[in-house]
Design a binder for this molecule. Structure first.
Ligand code: AVJ
Ligand code: FE
Length: 439
């Protein structure tokens, strides 16, 4: 980051802010006002809440905290504070109507671009390397992913379209099922990634025993074998809490799947089609992923195992930004950025594989890990406790690697996501691991 000049940094920040806003517009201009203000699921906010919340966080962090400006509309702040109102309550709040929400976000953005042109990008922690601007670009992209989840839950005619990902290469079927990651230490987390969020810091050494990790995420075909083998009816594969939840929620297949005339169908962004056998499975809870792994005689990887497989370069001993190296994600490396509205077939993106030969770690589907969301040794909450710190503990499981709906700016080998183990509407799948047996 030290090598990049201030003007080039300003330009890259402006590009990221613009990209986020173009995506926000695409996700909110494709439906009418009724769809923007409706609650499509009690799990989600109305789209119009996300829209104004994006503007409100940008105003708070950039115009007020960085720029020292007065609040534009202090009376609306509580409406868009995620901690004051749970998602299920948000439709009943006096939210800004769609046109006003758009105008507010637009007004904030105009002032932010003026501020960016005049700001030094060093000399204060929030300014260094443009951190606060980068955090806000990531925040908007994270809410764009949230809005895409709302679109997936929405009933009715399709509103979104995108081309399918390229087909998997010829060698996909011949890939080894699993890869050995030898025992030894690696560097987890980061001190140098300029826009890394607090939970990714600091860098620290973790020494792991040898393990084997799936080369690709678990596919729909493999998951269907678990279903066909009675996996949902056999408490042996489930933890006690998982089994209790399986029964209470009457889970029988991934969310959005339906069995009809002897085949599995899935609904995706308003279109129903047969389940694609070679695609990574999507919309399973942590409990289902954990049960599948036990049925397969395996287990979920810890997040440290995931990160070592994704970042450790055994030739140099250092950790890379991404599985393919330190360069940014290109379309040849990973399925990111909502270029496609689905994961690519298992074995895709050979140029994105890690030094150990593990594929599709970045993009396609978020991957559930065995790990609870915990702070790294030496963690310091910054710049606000409510980003990560208030969520640490046993009730959240860590997800790694991003999915097709994650923007490159919000994705790197150190990035950590988290959610409740019951959650299925998120774009999450998994891969499995096992210990190396001493022989
Ligand atoms: C990191 C995805 C769990 O959406 O709850 C957005 C990101 N934090 N606004 C979330 C976030 C504040 C967060 N996750
Ligand atoms: Fe937010």
């Amino acid at each position: 980051a030290a090598a990049i000049g201030t003007e080039a940094l300003r330009e890259s920040i402006a590009t990221e802010l613009l990209a986020a806003r173009a995506r926000t517009a695409a996700l909110t201009d494709c439906v009418g006002d009724g769809d923007l203000t409706a609650q499509h699921s009690p799990l989600m906010s109305p789209l119009v809440w996300d829209l104004a919340h994006i503007g409100n966080q940008e105003e708070l962090w950039l115009l007020r905290n960085v720029g020292g400006r007065d609040p534009m509309h202090p009376e609306i702040d509580p409406l868009y504070d995620a901690f004051q109102h749970p998602r299920a309550e948000r439709p009943s709040l006096p939210l800004l109507p769609p046109a006003e929400a758009r105008a507010y976000a637009h007004e904030v953005r105009g002032r932010v671009l003026d501020l960016l042109a005049a700001s030094p990008l060093e000399g204060a922690p929030l300014l260094d390397a443009g951190f606060a601007f980068g955090m806000i670009a990531q925040h908007e992209q994270q809410h764009d992913e949230t809005m895409l989840i709302t679109h997936q839950l929405r009933q009715g005619e399709p509103a979104l379209a995108a081309p399918p990902p390229p087909p998997a290469p010829a060698d996909a079927a011949a890939l080894p099922a699993e890869v050995l990651i030898p025992a030894g230490p690696f560097t987890m987390g980061t001190d140098t990634e300029p826009w890394a969020l607090d939970n990714e810091r600091p860098a620290h050494t973790v020494d792991l025993p040898a393990f084997l990790l799936d080369t690709t995420p678990v596919t729909n075909a493999a998951y269907q074998r678990f279903i066909a083998d009675g996996g949902y009816d056999d408490p042996r594969w489930w933890t006690p809490e998982g089994w209790e939840h399986r029964r209470r929620a009457d889970l029988t297949a991934p969310l959005f799947w339906r069995h009809q005339d002897g085949q599995w169908l899935r609904r995706r962004f308003g279109t129903v089609a047969p389940v694609e056998p070679d695609e990574p499975v999507l919309h399973v809870s942590w409990y289902e992923a954990d049960a599948y792994a036990r049925w397969a005689g395996r287990r979920l990887p810890t997040e440290a195992e995931w990160e070592k497989a994704a970042r450790h370069d055994p030739a140099t001993g250092r950790s890379r930004r991404h599985p393919w190296g330190d360069g940014p994600p290109g379309p040849e490396h990973a399925n990111l950025g909502q270029r496609h509205l689905r994961p690519a077939g298992a074995g895709s993106y050979p140029k994105g594989r890690s030094p150990y030969g593990v594929g599709q770690l970045i993009g396609d589907v978020w991957e559930w890990t065995a790990s609870d969301f915990r702070p790294y040794p030496g963690f310091r909450a910054w710049p606000y406790r409510e980003y990560s710190e208030v969520f640490f503990g046993p009730e959240y499981k860590v997800l790694r690697g991003g999915c097709f709906a994650v923007a490159p700016v919000a994705c790197r080998g150190t990035f950590r996501n988290w959610d409740y183990p019951v959650r299925r509407q998120i774009f999450a799948g998994f891969r499995t691991a096992r210990d190396l047996e001493a022989d």
